[in-house]
Design a protein around this ligand. Sequence first.
Ligand code: HEM
Length: 519
Amino acid sequence: MLHYLMSSPEIYLAFLCFLAISWYLKNKNQVLMHWPVIDVLPSLLQNAHRVHEWTVEIANTFGCTKFERGPVFGRVDILFTSDPRNVEYMVRTNFTNFPKGPDYIKTFDLLGDGLFNVDSELWHIQRRMAHMMFASSTFRKVQVDVSRSMVEGSLLPLLSQVARNSSIVDLEDVFLRYTFDTTFAVIFGRNPKYLDISFPPNKFAEAMDDGLEAIFYRHVVPRSWWKFSRWLMIGKERKLEKAWRTIDRHIDKFISWKREDMLKGVEGTDLLSTYMTLQEEREDRGNERNDLLSSGDKFLRDTVLTFFFAGRDTTGSALSWFFWLIAKNPRVEAKLYEELNSTFSKNSTEATNARVFDSDDLKGLVYLHAGLCEALRLYPPLPLNRKGVIKEDILPDGTVVKPGMMIVISTFVMARMEWLWGKDCLEFKPERWIDEHGRLSNAPKYKFFTFSQGPRTCLGRDMAFTFMKSAVAAMIFNFHVEVLENQNICPKPSIVLHMKNGLLVKIKERVHYNDQKKE
Ligand code: HEM
């Protein structure tokens, strides 16, 4: 038989094809297929469009920790884990052994040497500086004032207009515009008015989106491939280059504006002004240490871009998923409305006649806080986190990790594990976050990594809650959001958990509001 096959190459080839096709058909429904040489690359490419759902399937099939090797030509050992014990160990207990690593900064090179990217001493210095700012009462007040004025001056008027026209609007687009304006205002001290009923274009926002998209693709294709594309300047890398130039041009302009303001003696309380003032003070003191503050506009560029990247898309994505969950759970919406109604202190605005909540009111809204935490659990805006390894170590589940390995943590998977969150893990239940005394419960915190934990925990968590709460409270109190039926709502394959197709809704003004107007 073998002799016969060898003497007829066509038959031999056909036989090989038959074997390969049968093998493929037999294995094609497997969650992960291992091919010779290219290993799991075809599975990754095949599932890239639904990467978050795929990671859940992997965890359901193989358990919440799985080791894989990349293709031969882009060899990298990857460990996927969603075991909270491992995550806690890496982000807190033995934090110093799990830095972001040099590969991270190369992949996210657009962000330069900003806080998000760097490790060791460079990270310590920046973290201390940024922490001081985020903890200051002045900066907290800026956040409260900015969110209130954006909700009152832009968000509610826009939604009233949409309601009056009975138009259909993509709520995710609205929220990304809202968080663009709020984040921009706290960082640069100006309102760019991206959230407007005319839905204006914005080159800076578009460049940020393109940059994010290219960075995501760097996670899907082998490292050698995206580096080769970069060298040739083709595909997503070309798009990234263009976005990079646009971003730099804009940030240069924002820094110049600020410098002009400072020369005119205009004092700002935004982040950029604060960093620039620190730089000036350093120069005035004649401090010769070659530290970050003396590294000029490059430091300012990397810092403000990092804050912008960290704050805008994450918070916008969280709001979109929250409203989708509310639409699917009218019981929760009713309870939220009840809580808002009993809290509202009479402070309606002249401009819109709509009602916004002040920061003291927002602090006491337990059910609202619980609802947001629950949405952030189910749809973590940063669903994947990456770590490197310095020294060989053993994770709490017994997995050995070695230098050079890439560890990928999925908080999206974590929310979907029955053994961790119970049989109802897929349900949207704000009650999970409230104890028997009606107070916010501490119990779920040890398994909640949406903002990460430990020394590198999110710096903007409170800011995100401020922006989200002001928007959600005013929206639910004044409007009912009706999500259009038959939409395919699913996560977009991206670094940030956006919706793939947006969220189309109609807006209805609440009846109670009209009733009170008549009084
Ligand atoms: C719902 C909204 C947000 C979520 C879910 C979120 C989540 C996270 C996560 C998971 C990390 C850790 C990332 C890592 O270790 O690689 C992080 C870090 C960070 N976040 Fe947030 N974030 C949000 C909003 C914000 C906002 C509004 C800001 C402020 C502008 C901000 C600033 C930062 C910064 C500066 C870091 C880096 C901290 C460090 O490396 O030391 N975040 N965030």
